[in-house]
Design a protein around this ligand. Structure first.
Ligand SMILES: [Fe+2]
Ligand SMILES: [Fe+2]
Length: 476
């Protein structure tokens, strides 16, 4: 009994004596429910527990568990924070790589020169790489003990893989030592293992949207209203209405508003120049969403909070009209949430990430540059392989969070949902469903200049029972 009291106490909760007697569940699961439903509560009792049991046993009542979320802290940061942030990132990714069978006889980099073996492996951060005049690639990798220059031969199959390399990522290398030269036999990315397929018996749906950019003069208000009407089963054919009827979750992956002063000359492209009013406009749509649908929102780079990742949940004065809605849950960018959990189903884990680093990789990674913004599935696959959302320092602004490294993909999601580049795609990589969740904004002059050709109004829908995804196009 005391153990239970102290467990609740560790999370900052007081617990009523009657609840202590009847409590038989997992404390973390229960408190995740309490935090979501009653954020300001600090005393839990049997009534809330009964509500939890009732909700958790009926997956038709949408249940959201927040697995990983960043809350803003006021800590000041200096160079030491960045050093420990990158050290911790290296250690976590190294741990993943150490389990890979392709990497045998792993040694620290300072041992590479003195080792007697001709064949061994190292794990390091990519410092730099370049092609030599003869077409080979010289790769410079580093760990906490030193750095090493290795050669990828232009004649081997690995040379193609060098077009996927980026600075600062953590990789494993299988090497052959020949005199004072080290030749690369294999480049191993942390990558994700094949994800086991989960089975859910509930015939319910989740829908994914992003990038409404309310306030912009090219916000597609009619198309967004058509989507909202469909959620209310007011339009569409019988099959489409049937899909809407089964929707229990609406994921909103950032850029709710266009914001103010986000890029030079933006004011020329705004209908609403007041951020408060932009959020009021979004809220006027979201309040039409039926209350049995949980709306899970993470911010994006146009939203009214700090730009650096991780971005804290959108729950400030600007977004108050949205957060006051009873079915809205605000989480950070990025974040992990679990939906559909019940006593008979573990729920689906969704990694929500707006996609702030996508532009950098589209412009700087040769193999992604080829397909550009048109293939968000390849960008997401690339990040899953790196097990990191912004593997290169400077790929987007970051504020190192010392409590946890939120940008590492440490947990393999069932669904990886992104927005930001206004494309529409649904794909799969090793059992992880990847999706880019379109937009409700036409092409701006700024997008024209940076080569973004948006695909608005296409909403991916995921069915929990069949695991099938479908895209409904509201533009037509
Ligand atoms: Fe956007
Ligand atoms: Fe964005």
């Amino acid at each position: 009994m005391n153990e239970l009291i102290s467990k609740f106490g560790e999370h900052g909760y007081l617990v009523s004596p009657d609840l202590i007697k009847s409590f038989k569940s997992n404390v973390d699961d229960f408190l995740s429910f309490v935090k979501t439903k009653y954020p300001s509560l600090d005393l839990v009792n049997t009534n809330i527990y009964k509500e939890y049991l009732n909700t958790a046993s009926k997956p038709n009542i949408p249940f959201v568990k927040i697995l990983k979320n960043y809350e803003l802290t006021n800590e000041s940061r200096d160079i030491n924070h960045f050093i420990s942030f990158y050290n911790s990132r290296f250690e976590k990714l190294k741990k993943i790589l150490q389990n890979r069978p392709e990497l045998s006889s792993i040694v620290s980099i300072n041992k590479a020169n003195s080792i007697n073996l001709t064949n061994f492996s190292v794990i390091g951060i990519v410092n730099e790489f370049h092609e030599t005049g003869s077409g080979n690639v010289i790769l410079d990798v580093e760990d906490q003990t030193g750095s090493l220059k290795v050669i990828v031969s232009k004649n081997g199959p690995l040379i193609n893989l060098t077009s996927e390399l980026v600075e600062d990522e953590v990789i494993g290398l299988n090497l052959t030592k020949n005199g004072r030269w080290f030749f690369v036999n294999n480049i191993v990315f942390p990558d994700v293992p094949q994800k086991p397929i989960k089975k859910c018996s509930e015939d319910i749906n989740a829908v994914f949207i992003s990038d409404t950019h309310a306030g912009s003069n090219i916000f597609l208000s009619d198309v967004f209203q058509k989507f909202i009407d469909w959620l209310n089963c007011k339009n569409g054919n019988d099959e489409q209405k049937n899909i809407a009827n089964k929707v229990r979750y609406l994921f909103f992956i950032g850029d709710l508003v266009d914001g103010v002063g986000v890029y030079p000359g933006q004011e020329e492209e705004l209908d609403i120049k007041d951020v408060y009013k932009q959020y009021e406009l979004v809220a006027s749509y979201l309040k039409q969403v039926p209350e049995h649908i949980k709306i899970i929102i993470c911010p994006g780079n146009h939203d009214a909070l700090r730009l650096a990742l991780p971005q804290q949940p959108l729950n400030n004065d600007y977004s108050a009209p949205i957060n006051s809605l009873p079915n809205v849950i605000s989480v950070s960018n990025p974040s992990y949430v679990n939906v559909g959990y019940s006593h008979s189903f573990e729920g689906y884990d969704v990694l929500m990430y707006h996609g702030n680093s996508f532009d950098f990789f589209v412009h700087n990674v040769p193999f992604l540059r080829k397909t550009g913004y048109e293939r968000p599935d390849l960008i997401m696959e690339f990040l899953l392989k790196k097990r990191h959302l912004c593997p290169t320092h400077g790929s987007t602004l970051i504020a190192p969070s010392l409590s946890d490294n939120h940008l590492i993909i440490d947990k393999i999601p069932d669904i990886f949902a992104t927005g930001h580049i206004h494309q529409s795609s649904v794909s799969q990589y090793k059992g992880v469903i990847t999706m880019n969740t379109s937009c409700f904004q036409a092409q701006s002059d700024f997008m024209k200049r940076v080569g973004v050709n948006p695909k608005p109004g296409r909403v991916p829908i995921f069915n929990f029972k069949t695991r099938k995804t479908k895209i409904l196009n509201f533009l037509n």
